[in-house]
Design a protein around this ligand. Structure first.
Ligand code: NAD
Length: 323
């Protein structure tokens, strides 16, 4: 008989607060860059024109996590989230299945935490507005987590869908942020300290000519080989490009793959977040323009899932089922 703990999205929100999750995700990135995790490349499949991923990883001290995730950009018009997922956690030593949890919230939480770790090492000292292009599902978590380490009380926003901006504005205002709506990415980027790209764009929307020193850009979108959020000028203008995984970004995002194949950047110039967090590579130095580009790693899911399971057991949350 297998006893599984089922953990809901609202329980995950309660358990994985920024102050709890950010240090654990930082630790998982360090282990990953030290080669201490088992992280086969995720299996990507295209189903009915949409991206699906099967992501598996073992993070020592945490466990084995397996996520099945779909990404359907048309879903918001159906009243469904773009990203839906389930995460299963196993004990890494005994192989015993331990928990199954809602994966959409877990993904948003762990992605927010990774962006926050990047801001910890790369955001400029002076606190200016946080800018967000793409005010969909991930945007709330990005703001919540990044503002935990970059304590701006002002968020500038832009989205091609006015209704997405309106909903985000209502939520961010309710959280105490001053919200500034903008009418273009150019206007959004100007005078912002941290700029977050969280869109489903396939074409560049952030142009290098708009960016300047003392800005840190976080990009979580453009997750496929031919998708780009940045033009060539932007990619060559960054003083530092930090990524979640060198191998994964070279395979999985046009933002890195295409400029690299054009000879505009070199693989050895890319630093991993885990290398920066363990001081093997440098974080921000003086007046720089920096980028953190992520495609999302299974280590983040395994780490966040194991932490959620441990805390849920301690606090008596979740619902136990016997299979
Ligand atoms: N790197 C990671 O670890 C990670 C994790 C989760 C999601 N993501 C990525 O984050 C992105 C957003 O995911 P989501 O769940 O918030 O999706 P979503 O559909 O809820 O939100 C995306 C928003 O982007 C807006 N948008 C699309 N094109 C735009 C453009 N050209 N200019 C301005 N706004 C635009 C849409 O109108 C929408 O409001 C996706 O690309 C997804 O793959 C990355």
């Amino acid at each position: 008989m297998v006893k599984l703990l089922l953990i809901s999205g609202s329980e995950l929100e309660e358990l994985l607060k920024p102050e709890v999750l950010i240090p654990e995700i930082e630790n998982a990135f360090i282990k990953f860059s030290q080669g201490a995790t088992v992280t086969p490349p995720r299996t990507v499949m295209w189903v009915e024109g949409n991206w699906w991923g099967i992501m598996q990883s073992y993070v020592p001290g945490y466990g084995v996590g397996v996520k099945v995730v779909s990404l359907i950009p048309q879903n918001p018009s159906r009243g469904l989230p773009t990203i839906q997922a389930i995460v299963t956690l196993f004990d890494g030593v005994t192989g015993t299945p331990l928990a199954v949890m809602e994966g959409g919230v877990l993904t948003a939480l762990r992605t927010g935490a990774a962006s926050a770790v990047s801001a910890k090492y790369l955001a400029p000292k002076e606190v200016k507005p946080i800018a967000i292009v793409g005010t969909g599902y991930q945007a709330r978590y990005q703001l919540k987590f990044v503002s935990h380490v970059y304590p701006s009380d002002t968020v500038k926003i832009y989205d091609i869908k006015p209704e997405a901006m309106a909903k985000f504005k209502e939520w961010a205002s309710s959280q105490g942020f001053k919200v500034v709506e903008t009418s273009s990415v150019k206007e959004l980027v100007k005078d912002s300290g941290v700029i977050i790209e969280a869109t489903t764009t396939k074409e560049p929307i952030i142009l290098g000519e708009w960016l300047s020193v003392n800005q840190h850009v976080i990009s979580i979108g453009a997750h496929a080989r031919d998708y780009r959020a940045f033009d060539d000028v932007a990619i060559t203008k960054f003083n530092k490009i930090v990524v979640d995984s060198r191998k994964a970004v070279l395979e999985e995002t046009g933002d890195i793959r295409i400029p690299l194949e054009k000879g505009l950047i070199k693989a050895e110039d890319l630093a991993e977040l885990g290398e920066v967090a363990s001081h093997v590579r440098k974080g921000r130095e003086s007046n720089e323009l920096t980028l953190f580009k992520s495609v999302g790693l299974a280590i983040q899911d395994a780490c966040a899932a194991a932490l959620a399971y441990k805390l849920a057991v301690e606090k008596g949350l979740g619902k136990e089922v016997t299979l």
